[in-house]
Design a protein around this ligand. Structure first.
Ligand code: NCD
Length: 306
């Protein structure tokens, strides 16, 4: 049983496997699950903007027969009156069975879970973690590649503030023979806790570079990311770094034919629109898989036998 999901390490490798297997089954027979979450209510508390994460959770719940309440804009909640996250969560737990929460402060979902009688899912906390995006990423990679071990993965862009990258590195570093190519400008390198934690495992190797071109031919998967404007202390730095990498068809000329191109989205400029029609571009499929694996997660966390 999964109590709260704050960090991808809250799930064992075996639990991830079970979620992927359940997601496969949901994908194969959606109708079988249409009443699985009947009479259950999901609350989505989004203190930061979101399109895919919130709507995919809501669609997941509705497609399984459940109900949804929540807010997409904290300005419409009592947070603007000064209510603490802990009090908000205590309140919402009276009206729901599970809470999905996104917050600009690192650690807010963990703090909330200490006060919540119902399970809390972290849908992104500041520049920290984003475990359900990682489930979407793992499910996509598994479906595209047929495996999660023995892959060379490039992560490109804002590796410092990009929470999706932190969670994905933590998750992928648990598989055998994984090689990471970490591509970023010097100022946006992955934080030390990632470099000195997950990447130090004996089954993992990694290189850091600022050149996407130099690593592209080796990659099985390429995970592009947006420069996280909202985490910068000053706009001038963002403007200087925002277009550090733009993936184009030209860059892809030297890439493997079976490369899988991923992006958690939203995209700003880092993947040229011309790439969308290349069969290697799988980021739109990835966001669809996000809904499917979130269905599996909700069912598992609500303890329904499916
Ligand atoms: C990501 C996020 O919120 O961290 N988006 C998402 O959930 N798919 C990535 C981003 O905002 O760049």
């Amino acid at each position: 049983m999964i109590k709260n999901l704050n960090d991808i390490n809250d799930l064992s490798g075996e639990q991830v496997e079970r979620l992927i297997a359940l997601a496969e089954d949901i994908l194969a027979d959606r109708a079988k699950y249409q009443d699985s979450l009947k009479h259950r209510t999901l609350a989505t508390l989004f203190f930061e903007p979101s399109t895919r994460t919130r709507l995919s959770f809501e669609a997941a719940m509705l497609e399984m027969g459940g109900n949804v309440i929540g807010f997409a804009d904290p300005n419409s909640s009592s947070a603007t009156k000064g209510e603490s996250v802990a009090d908000t969560v205590r309140t919402v737990a009276c009206y729901s069975d599970i809470i999905v929460m996104r917050h600009p402060k690192e650690g807010a979902p963990i703090a909330a879970s200490l006060r919540s009688p119902v399970p809390i899912i972290n849908a992104g906390d500041g520049g920290h973690h984003h475990p359900t995006q990682t489930l979407a990423d793992l499910f996509t990679i598994r479906r595209e590649k047929g495996r999660l071990d023995g892959l060379t993965i490039g992560l490109c862009g804002d590796l410092k503030f990009g929470r999706t990258v932190h969670s994905l590195i933590q998750a992928m570093s648990r598989y055998d023979g994984v090689r990471f190519a970490l591509v970023s400008p010097e100022e946006l390198r992955a934080p030390d806790y990632i470099l000195e934690g997950a990447l130090r495992r004996p089954n993992v190797s990694y290189q850091e570079t600022d050149s996407l071109e130099s690593v592209v031919p080796e990659l099985d998967a390429l995970y592009m990311t947006r420069v996280q404007r909202e985490r910068f202390f000053n706009e001038a730095d963002y403007v200087r770094l925002k277009d550090s990498y733009i993936l184009t068809l030209k860059t892809l000329e030297r890439a493997k034919r079976d490369l899988t191109i991923l992006h958690p989205l939203p995209r700003v400029n880092e993947i040229a629109v011309e790439v969308d029609d290349d069969p290697r571009a799988r980021y739109f499929q990835q966001m669809f898989y996000g809904k499917v694996i979130r269905k599996a997660l909700l069912a598992a966390m609500l303890g329904v036998s499916v």
